[in-house]
Design a protein around this ligand. Structure first.
Ligand SMILES: Cc1cc2nc3c(=O)[nH]c(=O)nc-3n(C[C@H](O)[C@H](O)[C@H](O)COP(=O)(O)OP(=O)(O)OC[C@H]3O[C@@H](n4cnc5c(N)ncnc54)[C@H](O)[C@@H]3O)c2cc1C
Length: 531
């Protein structure tokens, strides 16, 4: 097989066009091309007059491959295809007891899947409900403001990203990431996620995918229990002994010597209990800010220029980072093209925003979090959970600023920059449910954050003309961008001083995002299987 990188492909192409381009690059007749597979594809928007795809293909040719490659030796973009990365599950060493996985987010699901594939018959305990029941609870919350603190946007089957854009940021792919992507495809995600540079699956497809993975875990001998909240990890003499949990209101215990703790960044009650019971944890810096909404059409125009309406291009995204002189960073995060701003709280009387899109990304607005970095010194206390207290203060202030009932405080960007309350919407109408109220961002975020946001927006407006659009809307508060705490791991990924306890995923402070949490789950499972 031959790999050709950086192939420039027009936005409108078919297999014939691709074949012609490949045969020209390889200097062979197209009749010798047996198969072309796309291995990577991104949109090149550097020249707005010439937006095109940048593609890596893997080609199989008839006849002698070496003879095809010989005259192309000097072309750095053409080479013999590297070995296909394959993931193999480590064989189970006979575990004395079934391992327990706490939390059914990407980290917990993939830890359970790997354990199940190795024959270890894991037991997965998830505090929230299955994805279908969860969807009903979340929709009820968005439409009526009635919150279920156990099943919501943060908690329930699939974890925090189940109501999201489903961006699958991979970075450099290794065999574990490929394993995760393959499993997602097998469970119902579109196969294009294997090669797109910026794959996403959207909330609608994610729900199907999550169910597919659950079914596979069960088929392989695992067990998945919903409405089962772990209240304590039992340990003695530095060794895990089991878990205490409440399932459907009943207290229960399971004996085990291996627990994967994949509880996400919002399990504040569980953090508190773990800390009390002697699990070591420490503060971790994170970021807070607001969601910003622009018209998607405008973002398409900025990013794609004259190609903005081209049917081959999806809704455009963007990403920016600026470093301020005050030492803080301001950055966009978790962009949702054609998406909606969502109410994402798991606690009563707290206002937390986040974003989601459907696979089609066909909503009228683009939204992204606009965040300012927070340091441990901002927490005002040395307590390991001071970051949680810091988040809570902002979430409560935002709730009050919105006037209660989970209505979100909103402000036009121009009014934010001029430090005045908005009195009317402009071009951009909010997508947030259950409703909004005009209030100032300064009502719920400390001055050092709003000041940094103002500086950051000014700089971003220079990088991306149009970004500082006066009618853009700021909705807040965005506080759950990552975990405010780290459950510190020692050797072999185990919690310090507790053998058999594997803090895992975003809540443990070791990953962020669907793919990185899933990969962390894979690694923790491997550690158990090899320990
Ligand atoms: C609205 C939203 C949109 C997002 N969009 C994206 C995106 O597009 N792309 C991306 O890569 N990332 C996105 N993220 C982030 C991503 O979802 C997280 O990084 C990822 O889910 C972390 O995975 P995790 O398994 O570590 O934790 P989580 O997904 O948080 O899962 C933890 C699970 O543990 C359960 N749990 C907690 N405590 C207990 C307990 N005591 N007992 C039993 N169960 C418990 C919770 O109910 C939850 O289901 C988004 C997050 C949100 C909230």
């Amino acid at each position: 097989m031959i790999s050709i990188k950086k192939l420039k492909i027009p936005l409108t192409y078919d297999s014939k066009v691709l074949e012609d381009i490949v045969s020209e690059r390889l200097q062979i007749d197209s009749s010798r091309i047996k198969q072309i597979s796309i291995a990577k594809c991104s949109v090149n928007v550097l020249d707005k007059q010439d937006v095109h795809f940048n593609v890596t293909v893997v080609v199989s040719v008839s006849g002698d491959e070496k003879e095809v490659l010989r005259p192309l030796k000097k072309d750095n973009n053409i080479s013999k295809e590297e070995v296909v990365l394959r993931y193999t599950v480590s064989q189970v060493k006979k575990l004395k007891e079934r391992p327990v996985v706490v939390g059914c987010g990407p980290a917990g699901m993939f830890a359970a899947l790997i354990l199940a594939e190795a024959g270890a018959r894991p037991i997965l305990l998830e505090r929230g409900l299955d994805v279908d029941s969860r969807k009903q609870k979340v929709l009820r919350f968005w439409h009526t403001g009635i919150l279920d603190t156990q099943t919501n946007v943060q908690f329930g089957e699939g974890g925090a990203g189940t109501f999201s854009d489903g961006k699958l940021k991979t970075g450099k792919k290794d065999s574990r990431k490929i394993k995760v992507l393959r499993e997602l495809v097998e469970a119902g995600a579109p196969s294009e996620i294997m090669y797109l540079a910026k794959p996403h699956i959207g909330t609608d497809l994610l729900h199907q995918t999550v169910k597919g993975i659950r079914e596979k875990i069960i088929d392989l001998g695992g067990e998945v229990n919903f409405n089962a909240t772990v209240t304590e990890v039992l340990h003695k003499d530095g060794q895990v002994k089991g878990v205490h949990f409440v399932e459907n209101g009943q207290d229960s215990e399971l004996s085990t010597d291996n627990v994967v703790l994949a509880i996400g960044h919002s399990a504040r009650d569980t953090f508190e209990r773990l800390l009390t019971s002697g699990v070591y944890m420490e503060q971790k810096p994170f970021a807070v800010g607001v969601r910003i909404e622009h018209p998607q059409e405008m973002i398409n125009k900025i990013q794609y220029g004259d190609f903005a309406d081209h049917p081959a291009l999806g809704a455009a995204d963007y990403r920016m980072v600026v470093h301020l002189e005050n030492g803080r960073g301001v950055y966009t995060f978790c962009m949702c093209p054609g998406g909606t701003v969502v109410a994402a709280t798991s606690e009563e009387n707290a206002l937390i925003t986040n974003g989601m899109s459907e696979f089609a990304r066909d909503g009228r607005n683009a939204n992204t979090a606009l965040l300012v970095t927070i340091e441990k010194k901002d927490f005002g206390s040395e307590h390991p959970l001071a970051g949680v207290a810091f988040q809570r203060r902002i979430e409560s202030a935002a709730y009050s600023a919105g006037g209660g009932g989970y209505k979100a405080p909103v402000q036009r960007l121009e009014d934010f920059l001029q430090k005045r309350k908005s009195i009317a919407f402009g071009d951009v109408l909010p997508t947030y449910l259950p409703g909004t109220e005009f209030a100032e961002v300064d009502d719920y975020l400390p001055y050092y954050i709003t000041d940094s946001l103002r500086q950051g927006i000014a700089e971003m407006g220079e990088w991306m003309p149009g970004f500082a659009y006066p009618d853009a809307l700021l909705t807040g508060a965005e506080t759950r961008s990552s975990s405010p705490v780290r459950i510190t791991r020692g050797d072999n990924f185990e919690a310090i001083g507790i053998k058999g306890l594997y803090p895992c995923g975003e809540g443990a402070g070791y990953s962020g995002g669907i793919i990185s949490a899933a990969v962390d789950g894979v690694i923790c499972a491997e550690r158990i299987l090899r320990s």
